[in-house]
Design a protein around this ligand. Sequence first.
Ligand code: ATP
Length: 235
Amino acid sequence: MALLTVKDLEVYYGKINALKGISFEVNEGEIVALIGANGVGKTTTLHAISGLIPSASGSILFDGKELTKLPAHKIVELGIAQVPEGRRIFQQLSVYENLKLGAFTRKDKNIDQTLQTVYSHFPRLKERRKQQAGTLSGGEQQMLAMGRAMMSAPRLVLMDEPSMGLSPLLVKEVFEIIKAMHDSGITVLLVEQNAKMALSIADRAYVLETGNIAMSGDAKALMDDERVKKAYLGA
Ligand code: ATP
């Protein structure tokens, strides 16, 4: 069943038509990758879903609810969390304080339980919970951004370029964590320039080219597709 349905979505920055009417779906329980080169509209797509930028036309349905007219905090409350490009953690705050902020829209009493789950996924965050977040390594900051998103107890996580700026070893580790998050029941929409890694963990994928979806399909099939190989997998 589709958890997220994006239909004919258009976004403009002034006169720039960044998304030209894209349509795609994310089913409950899937990892869906959105791949494509620099500047084709991947981040714009995630920002439109999470309500950080307005949509000009089209619709975004999450669990049957229209998101395009809702403010960002309401969208978080509905169960969507974004892990932003470049992590965007609060450098001056401690690891623990950053995690607590992820739960700011929650009204239930299970926040501490989620915190323990996050610590079990990321033992290093537990060890460093009192440390100032700005002093963490790049990989640890990525884990903190992921842990913070999990603190809102989301049904859908939007991941923006989690591999950016990380060493190959850390990229592998971060992708293992995405898989573990997914195994714990979270649906994932993953934006990546690292198409190889993204396709290796995704169920399905969409290829974005300058504001349009150029290709879509089963992730394994796309990995074997000659056009995808040439353009995105360096073959
Ligand atoms: P990247 O990997 O660099 O983040 P992307 O695929 O995520 O690329 P977007 O950041 O969504 O691409 O950008 C899509 C297009 O919109 C680009 O042409 C970009 O220059 C333009 N754009 C993005 N943000 C703005 C903005 N705030 N104002 C004007 N143009 C913008």
